[in-house]
Design a protein around this ligand. Structure first.
Ligand code: ADP
Length: 761
């Protein structure tokens, strides 16, 4: 009897220590932990009954409480067995979704609890006998037999469960169950030989201690710290993405001016040399645009913000465009460009053709870039199964090839190889990283085969859905036609709406190539007023990001005007994927991203404006009849402005060279200064007003416009101050705006005085 008391006291110390360690530590909220907490509590209660019954049996076997306490000890055994059974069942049903596990456990525990109450009541009701034979206490009778049978059934069910779910269960989590099964058998053998030693409680506690090491209980504090670190990293990453997308907007706006003016210049009567230089400017600007887009894409992909926008499209058209673009990129290179198209590809597919084109163009551009002589071959084949067309696109070259050790790193961003050899080849090391991510986003595959010094082959496989339509049904047959005819529309009535004077000038310049002189306004309200005044247009080009009323809001108001049916095309510097769809959804008829591409503008004009395919003579006549521009600065006498004293600007710190770089000539600069002066008359009171009523979004729009204009005009200090205000107001930092408002106003007023003096006003 005393022997078992020693076991009990030691077990008691263990379970109390375990309880202290377990409950004092932070735990994750999981079903396993819940069951384990119950197990510890049940063990402590059981231990108390065990100690009490042993003590009473030693002191006074006839004590009337002994029987009751012994019966409750049997209830403890049943409770322990059932908890372990629920643990075994839970393990065999466990999923990765903890909420799902909890749901299952709640359902299970409700049933088990009812079962436990029933069985415990039966066990309590059945008789139990305590005997003291030669100093050894025995407990027997139907109540004990019943409890042992229930325990036996539980153990048997665990064996069946473990066997049935051996793949899932035979891991370290099954150790406590196996421990009880094994030690239980040993216990029974010891107990049948030495009936005085009661080992069950110690066995249960031992199994509970073993289980402590098998339940998943990571360091919660560490998890919390990791969570904080992760949130911080996410925040920083989001800030980076926002910064990059803002920067891309910022870079695209001046690029708009550079490309636009350059394209405009090409229309002028320039010397061959100048034309070549202008072409170089356009080429370099387009490269810069590609880099900006690449950085924007990779940051979007990393922030999981890049969406795949599926649409019906014609792959053959994309193929032809890619072939044309590749021919363009080949330039003077003596390469044999071979291509092959599989005509069994259905005419109408469903997928993100913009991204498919981007992926293949990246591969083709690389093949051309990294091949000096030999060939580049572009092949498309397909495998059709049900309504899926698997496009297998390969781009092979006889170029410099890639070393084996570099193939693994090929798709990591900013990785470039063989720089000694490729020093003259432009690149950022972003193309393939974007390509791979895009292919993966479309659930496709990309494979590279390459031999250093001999060439490379990139193959991609992308599944696209087949749409059982013809090109005519899709309205695509029209688009297949190449623009071989000259498009001019001198009688077209177009309204350009943009709050930025320079953007308006660019649009005017581009439209001039099509002999179109647009009307221009600088706000949504003015646009609405024009329509309300009964003006009719063939097309409205409407900027979205405008103060007071955005382009989208303006469109909403326009649509409410009775009889308004003019097509409206959105203009925005936000070239993020999914934008086009957003604008179409908002009711725009199409979308043009800034910097406006002349070809894209032509596509839009051809789509919405009655083409006037004029014969040469008629064309000349039409040109002679072009009305004079009524652009935004027409009131200012340009001639008067030509010869102003630039030193006034230079002495005031205006970077006139920078302005000349962006705006081209003094005439344009002078016009823009005049526009800035006029604009400020309304802009400054509005900025103050938005600051006073704490309307940060509109404040941001106005200081953004002020910053853009200041940059164009070389007023760099003002541009920097306005930029700080733009960033602060975008992040709703009212305190910064208020604290630095006077500084901004002081600088803008100083500049206005300088401009007035310069313009002689
Ligand atoms: P980029 O061309 O802008 O440097 P990419 O991500 O497209 O960036 O390519 C990463 C690198 O992989 C390149 O710098 C080049 O070293 C190598 N590479 C890519 N395509 C080829 C190719 N077809 N042949 C040889 N090397 C290639």
């Amino acid at each position: 009897m005393f022997d078992s008391l020693y076991f009990q006291i030691i077990s008691c110390i263990y379970i109390v220590l375990l309880a202290i360690v377990y409950f004092s530590k932070a735990r994750i909220n999981s079903v396993e932990n819940k069951i384990y907490a119950y197990l510890i509590i049940v063990n402590i209660i059981g231990m108390a009954f065990d100690l009490a019954s042993t003590y009473l049996a030693i002191v006074d076997i006839s004590n009337p409480y002994l029987n009751i306490i012994s019966k409750f000890y049997l209830v403890y055994i049943i409770a322990f067995m059932m908890l372990f059974s629920s643990y075994a069942l839970m393990l065999s049903h466990k999923t990765d979704d903890e909420a799902e596990n909890f749901k299952y456990f709640r359902r299970l525990s409700r049933k088990f609890f009812m079962f436990f109450v029933g069985i415990s009541l039966i066990s309590l009701a059945l008789p139990l006998y305590n005997h003291n034979i030669n100093g050894t206490v025995y407990t027997d009778g139907p109540s004990a037999t019943f409890a042992y049978v229930i325990s036996g059934i539980c153990i048997f069910s665990w064996i069946v469960l473990i066997f049935k779910n051996r793949k899932k269960l035979l891991n370290k989590k099954a150790i406590p169950l196996l421990t009880i099964i094994l030690l239980g058998i040993i216990c029974i053998i010891i107990q049948s030989n030495m009936p005085g030693i009661l080992l069950f409680t110690s066995l249960f506690i031992f199994a509970t201690i073993v289980m402590y090491f098998t339940i998943e209980n990571p360091d919660v504090k560490m998890i919390e710290q990791l969570e904080i670190a992760k949130n911080e990293a996410d925040r920083a990453n989001n800030a980076k993405t926002d910064f990059l997308s803002n920067m891309s907007h910022e870079i695209r706006t001046p690029l708009n001016a550079i490309i636009g003016f350059s394209q405009g210049l090409l229309e002028e009567d320039l010397s061959e040399e100048s034309k070549n230089e202008v072409q170089d400017i356009i080429g370099a600007s387009n490269s810069l645009l590609e880099i900006v887009n690449g950085i924007l894409d990779i940051s979007k992909i990393e922030a999981n913000k890049l969406e795949i926008v599926n649409k019906e499209y014609n792959f053959e058209k994309i193929f032809k465009e890619l072939v044309n673009l590749s021919h363009g990129r080949l330039g003077e290179k003596p390469l044999d460009f071979r291509y092959q198209y599989d005509h069994s590809i259905p005419p109408v597919l469903y997928g993100d053709y913009v991204r498919v084109k981007q992926i293949v163009l990246n591969l083709l551009t690389n093949a051309i870039k990294y091949t000096r002589e030999g060939y580049v071959s572009f092949n498309v084949s397909s495998v059709i199964k049900d309504d899926i067309c698997r496009l297998i696109i390969s781009v092979e070259d006889s170029g410099i090839g890639i070393k084996e050790e570099n193939i693994e790193k090929l798709f990591s961003k900013f990785e470039r190889f063989d720089l000694e050899k490729n020093i003259t080849i432009e690149g950022t090391g972003l193309g393939l990283a974007i390509t791979k991510k895009l292919v993966e986003l479309m659930n496709g595959k990309i494979v590279v085969q390459s031999k250093y010094g001999e060439g490379s082959k990139f193959t991609i496989a992308i599944d696209q859905r087949i749409i059982p339509k013809t090109l005519e049904e899709l309205g695509l047959s029209e688009n297949n036609k190449e623009f071989t005819d000259i498009f001019v529309a001198p009688n077209a009535k177009i309204l350009v709406v943009d709050d930025n004077a320079i953007n308006i000038k660019v649009a005017q310049r581009l439209l001039k190539s099509f002999e179109i002189i647009p009307e221009t306004v600088m706000s949504g309200q003015e646009c609405i007023n024009k329509i309300l005044d009964g003006k009719k247009y063939d097309l409205i080009l409407l900027d979205d990001m405008m103060p007071k009323m955005t382009g989208t809001e303006t469109l909403k108001n326009l649509k409410m005007i009775m009889g308004f049916e003019t097509p409206v095309v959105a203009l925005t510097a936000n070239a993020i994927s999914g934008m086009k769809e957003k604008y179409l959804e908002a009711g725009f008829n199409d979308y043009l991203s800034k910097p406006i591409d002349k070809n894209e503008l032509e596509t839009i004009l051809r789509k919405f404006i009655e083409a006037e395919d004029i014969m040469e003579q008629e064309l000349k006549d039409a040109c002679n009849n072009i009305p004079q521009s009524d652009n935004i600065v027409s009131e200012v006498n340009v001639e008067e402005l030509k010869d102003h004293d630039i030193s006034i600007l230079v002495n005031a710190g205006v970077d006139i060279d920078h302005s000349l770089e962006l705006l081209g000539d003094m005439e344009t600069i002078n016009e823009t200064f005049a526009a800035f002066l006029e604009e400020s008359e309304t802009r400054l009171p509005n900025i103050k007003n938005y600051k006073d009523v704490v309307d940060m979004p509109n404040y941001a729009i106005l200081v953004h416009a002020m910053k853009s204009d200041s940059k164009y005009l070389g007023m760099m200090t003002l541009a920097d101050l306005a930029y700080n205000h733009e960033m602060a107001s975008k992040s709703n930092d009212v305190e910064y705006v208020n604290d630095h408002y006077d500084e901004l106003m002081c600088e803008v007023n100083r500049m206005l005085e300088v401009i007035k003096q310069y313009l002689g006003r």
